[in-house]
Design a protein. Structure first.
Length: 187
């Protein structure tokens, strides 16, 4: 459908262009050979009008066909962009790298999390993250990610507010965060 449309535009442009060129060649070179006075005083105004008409038609054709072709390709470009951005909206983190991020950032000093081999009890047991997310009525990945970047957005009942560092939002890169979330949500 899109292909047919844009090739239609190409044809439209080519037809108008070809008509213009043929008209210019015939009236400028062929006719004067047989009738040196062409177009002559009587037809001069008509001839000029036809010339102007062709010029306007050519301009209009370029504007109409050229523009719509650009819009069509812009539409493909935005659909391509939106599909790639929806893909990047849910980056799939690397759980193995996430384990290193967990250790390096001292998460285990406050949290129990079996896959990381930690057993601290300052903060909630992260082995139960899935049920915490349900309790908070949030999708797991979103809950985990927000809990890390904005710990006070949701406080786990029974645990203190303002104890979990609020610096991870700026200290972790997007990749590190995605990896960490993958590690936690897998465990
Ligand atoms: C100084 C202690 C401390 C450190 C370090 C810490 N946290 Fe926390 N964390 C807490 C406390 C306390 C809570 C409970 C209060 C809340 O929900 O914000 C919590 C809550 C959470 C929650 C939400 C759990 C829920 O049910 O609400 C997640 C997920 C989490 N932490 C992950 C991490 C990760 C990942 C790290 C390392 C990058 C980390 N924490 C480092 C103390 C800490």
């Amino acid at each position: 459908m899109l292909y047919a449309l844009s090739s239609g535009h190409k044809i439209g442009l080519a037809v108008v262009g070809a008509a213009f060129i043929i008209f210019a060649l015939v009236s400028g070179m062929v006719i004067p050979r047989y009738s040196p006075n062409f177009p002559g005083p009587r037809w001069r105004n008509v001839y000029i009008l036809v010339c102007v008409g062709f010029f306007a038609a050519m301009l209009a054709a370029v504007l109409v066909f050229g523009k719509e072709k650009k819009e069509a390709s812009a539409a493909t470009a935005t659909s391509a962009a939106s599909s790639s951005s929806s893909a990047s909206a849910a980056p799939s983190g690397n759980a193995a790298n996430g384990k290193a991020v967990f250790t390096a950032n001292g998460c285990g000093a406050c949290h129990t999390f079996k896959p990381a081999g930690s057993s601290a009890t300052v903060g909630p047991d992260l082995d139960k993250l899935a049920s915490y997310a349900k309790q908070a009525k949030q999708p797991l990945a979103q809950f985990t990610s927000t809990s890390i970047t904005d710990p006070n957005a949701y406080i786990q009942p029974g645990y203190p507010k303002g104890v979990m560092p609020q610096t991870f939002k700026s200290s972790l890169s997007a990749t590190q965060l995605a990896d960490l979330v993958a590690f936690l949500d897998k465990g």
